[in-house]
Design a protein around this ligand. Structure first.
Ligand code: HEC
Length: 191
């Protein structure tokens, strides 16, 4: 660890015990930056699939992985089934995410079926970032025509009223992560 990094760590550590009110804004910002760096690292540690970082913003991909895999629970609904055989934590088994079907959709919630979030074969998601933002912020179903019969103009089941409250930066991180995961355009996918 170089001296600068060490003193930054020591300084930020020293402030942990100090009440938030007493912290100078710059120190809070420093702690936040360090916390963000930890999230990015953790994001890479917990990503269950290999990530393609070519032409991607690495920090955003790491943060996106943190949001998707440690906070958003996208896997619970968008992977069918979410866990590999013998890897279901709800059965007390050591967790093993279903890598083959990771975020490829296909789980039914009544008439609504979760959709494939993985990139197309050209390595890009089906939606532009502007479209993704619109879906997550307003719930509008931009692929309404393609998903009969349960379809409604607004996405159902999907917690967009919650996710839509994320900052644009965080949503961009989620989008960047979804660009980096393996494409799963399998035949039975709902796309
Ligand atoms: C509680 C289950 C659930 C969770 C958790 C969930 N989704 Fe969904 N999502 C759905 C369902 C179901 C649909 C399809 C809704 C419909 O058909 O009306 C959907 C649709 C979508 C769509 C529209 C895709 C398209 O091509 O039209 C996007 C984008 C999406 N989800 C992203 C996410 C992301 C990102 C996360 C995690 C941050 C997430 N979802 C978590 C259930 C969920």
């Amino acid at each position: 660890m170089n001296t600068l990094v060490r003193s930054v760590v020591l300084i930020s550590g020293a402030f942990i015990a100090v009440p938030a009110k007493a912290q100078a804004p710059s120190t809070v910002f420093l702690s936040c930056t360090l916390a963000q760096a930890k999230k990015i690292k953790q994001g890479f540690d917990i990503a269950p699939v290999p990530l393609d970082l070519a032409a991607k913003n690495r920090k955003l991909v790491g943060l996106g992985s943190y949001i998707v895999n440690a906070q958003g629970g996208c896997n619970d609904c968008h992977t069918n089934p979410p866990y590999a055989p013998g890897g279901d934590p709800f059965k007390g088994e050591p967790e093993q995410i279903n890598v083959e079907g990771y975020l490829a959709g296909g789980q039914a919630f009544g008439p609504f079926i979760s959709r494939n979030l993985t990139p197309c074969n050209d390595g890009e998601p089906e939606w532009t970032f502007a479209e993704f933002l619109q879906m997550l912020r307003t719930g509008v179903d931009l692929e309404d025509d393609e998903h009969p019969p349960g379809n409604t103009p607004l996405l159902q089941v999907m917690p967009w009223p919650v996710y839509g409250k994320m900052s644009t930066c965080d949503l961009r991180a989620v989008y960047e992560y979804l660009r980096a995961i393996p494409s799963r355009q399998c035949e039975e996918s709902p796309h």
